[in-house]
Design a binder for this molecule. Sequence first.
Ligand code: XMP
Length: 487
Amino acid sequence: MSDYFRKKVHSEEIIATFNDILILPGYTRSIDIDISAKLRKYHFNIPIMSAAMDTVTEEEMAIKMALLGGLGVLHRNCSFEKQLEMCQKVKRARSFVIMDVATINIDASVKEAKHHMEEKGISGLVVTNSENKASGIFTKRDIPYSETDIREGKVRDYMTRDLISIQPGVSREEALEVLFKNRIEKLPIIENGYLRGLITKKDLKPEFPLASIDEKGRLLCGLAISPKVPESLQLQNVLKKIDKNVDIFFTDVADFYKEMDIQGIRKLMELVESDFVLGNIGTYKAAEHLLTKCDFVDERILGIKVGMGSGSICSTSIQTGVGAPTLFATAQVADAIQDYNPNIGLIADGGFANPGDLPKAFSVGADMIMSGHFFAGCTESPGYIDTIQGRKVKIYRGMGSKEARTSNYILDRYVEGAKTLPEGVSDYVPYVGPLSGVIETLTEGITNGMIYAGAQNIEEMKSAEVGLVSAVGIREQKPHDLIGRYE
Ligand code: XMP
């Protein structure tokens, strides 16, 4: 960030937002741009997260975000049981080894096997005998042609008996070699005759080379959490199960600069083992406090998420008069991170209206960005496509809206105990089709912004020159002096 902007933000206390600044063009050495990001040990090929909101990120969005190289943060406006289910689905979506393999008994009918495959949307089943030992494989190709044979035939009559299998603990490369040598698609893992897992060619050679994965090749999973240890033992036990399926917990409160939340997280970190991103906060002072006064900020704290009140569905600033717009919050917290602990990552959350806002967030210090607005209208977001005046739309609601707060799960995201003051709104956004298209546009916005700014990676982008724009300049940035469709 330029000293010019730093001075403006700090000495004059201008609470600047995205439209207040522009990045100045810089010398471009090359157009070979790396937009990948890191949060300690985690690597992301695209620096983008989808927001933990119930109209944005459930398992479908989380799976696609991770497949495309970012991260979907699952929301918390539901029970722990539902959260567990969502996390398990993300973790099982693309694993190099499938653990819960679909099987069929050798004496089952072909009809049953066919139904089983159709229901699960899979192309093959491992056949087990009466001792539960693996004795063959039955795939769609083994289904007989005639309806009578399907009805009356037994799996044992049509299955492939010469089972090519592999021992547990096999490497990716070894498995690929066996699959290729034998020209097969599925490779059961068998130990002493018992089935231990399944490797499929599809999972070994992913069609998503940029996917965000853990060390076992499973998709990374992020989950929103209240910064509090649940009171009942039963819920604590569910949380421990969730913990096994999550890589990163995101504390999900509007304002984390609070003694009780800080104490809560300290206890929570003792109960679970996964990593954490803390947030949201919005000022240098809040970051300074977390980084210097909280002894729990160690290797497991990957980053801080910032921004308060500038999201497209937010009304916190209007309702309470308090806020820290994302650009300002990012610039402030980036300074504190640089001053006290440069290993901590920074996520700029909300308020992005145009692709060009993303490079701006990186230019003032963000490592990654989070948005709900860009993704709520995607095919992969929860909810149905509706039509309003001939336009396809989907519902997008703030987690502090009246509608979202009809459940109890999210009440402590804002000021606990508040009953009547909504801090968000519910509305429609245009349906924009599959997430892949939106991600393509956003990554192009980041890449091209970095090319113009003369930065080859996110780290270099953090030192891009930025300046404040006058009110007149803000008007002139937009298309202008046309017939008027842009106003
Ligand atoms: P965008 O701009 O992407 O912002 O729509 C998404 C971010 O806004 C936060 N959020 C809220 N803030 N009231 C608020 O003040 C709300 O009801 C609300 N719901 C979500 C959240 O940080 C999200 O990532």
